[in-house]
Ligand binder design. Structure first.
Ligand code: ZN
Length: 258
């Protein structure tokens, strides 16, 4: 029996997670790094366990295999552990990944599927490039929470209470973009639960009521069926038929293919 995880008792995990949360409060919260909750209902969250394991091995290489084996030890059997990558890119924790080919990864000699949590004193340096900029106006966020009565703009789940559609998950309101291609600053924020503030939402632009109003990433169109794609193309071409530059560039594009 593999006993390298035996030290991971509930008390050990809880104590270490408290230390992580304290660091988050002190250094990372104000930089917009997403808080990770240890529990969802009575269970540990996978994000928390992955963050905990990286923290317990801070500065050392951790492979996807290590993470998977640790989660298995904790009684969780995920298909593919992507959490370490997401914690860096989407949540801002300073986790270097070999897969992503960061400069630090090259320096640390990380291979694909290997991660290192470098520090809890600073956010992931590429985090700002992920367009989740540091919010200077903490008051504005408090004002928004008040305006939305501590509820998710999209689904109405209340902060600290079970999610309306995923009752086993406790709502933790996050700063969601209205337009993901613009910085997370005043006027571009709505409170959203973690279920509504998911990465796939980067495809859309939202209004103040958390409803989708437009597509933010044209690649999303490719998820539609062929007929819809052709129809969309017709709309776009028809709408721009009087724009000579547009027509010429379409003509050129077609002539290169045909
Ligand atoms: Zn929601």
């Amino acid at each position: 029996m593999d006993n390298r995880f035996d030290k991971y008792t509930d008390t050990y995990i809880e104590n270490n997670f408290t230390a992580i949360t304290e660091k988050w409060c002190k250094f990372l919260n104000k930089k917009g790094v997403t808080k990770v909750n240890l529990y969802s209902g009575y269970n540990y969250t996978i994000n928390a366990l992955v963050l905990f394991y990286l923290y317990d091995n801070m500065g050392k290489k951790v492979s996807k295999k290590d993470l998977t084996e640790f989660l298995n030890y904790m009684g969780i059997y995920p298909n593919d552990v992507q959490q370490a990558r997401h914690l860096a890119q989407q949540s801002g924790w300073y986790i270097i990944s070999g897969t992503r080919g960061d400069i630090e990864a090259k320096k640390l000699g990380l291979n694909s599927g290997e991660y290192v949590l470098l520090t809890l004193d600073k956010p992931y340096p590429y985090f700002k490039k992920e367009k989740r900029e540091f919010i200077e106006h903490e008051d504005y966020w408090l004002y928004l929470l008040d305006k939305y009565k501590n509820k998710c703009a999209t689904c109405g789940s209340e902060d600290g209470k079970p999610n309306r559609y995923y009752p086993s998950s406790i709502t933790n309101l996050q700063q969601g973009h209205k337009n993901p291609s613009k910085p997370l600053t005043e006027g571009n924020i709505i409170p959203q639960c973690e279920k509504c503030n998911r990465p796939d939402r980067n495809y859309f632009i939202y209004d103040d009521t958390g409803r989708v109003t437009a597509i933010a990433d044209p690649k999303f169109v490719l998820k539609s069926d062929k007929e819809t794609q052709i129809e969309m193309l017709e709309h776009i071409i028809w709408e721009n038929k009087d724009d000579r530059m547009f027509v010429n560039s379409i003509k050129k594009m077609l002539s290169e293919i045909i």
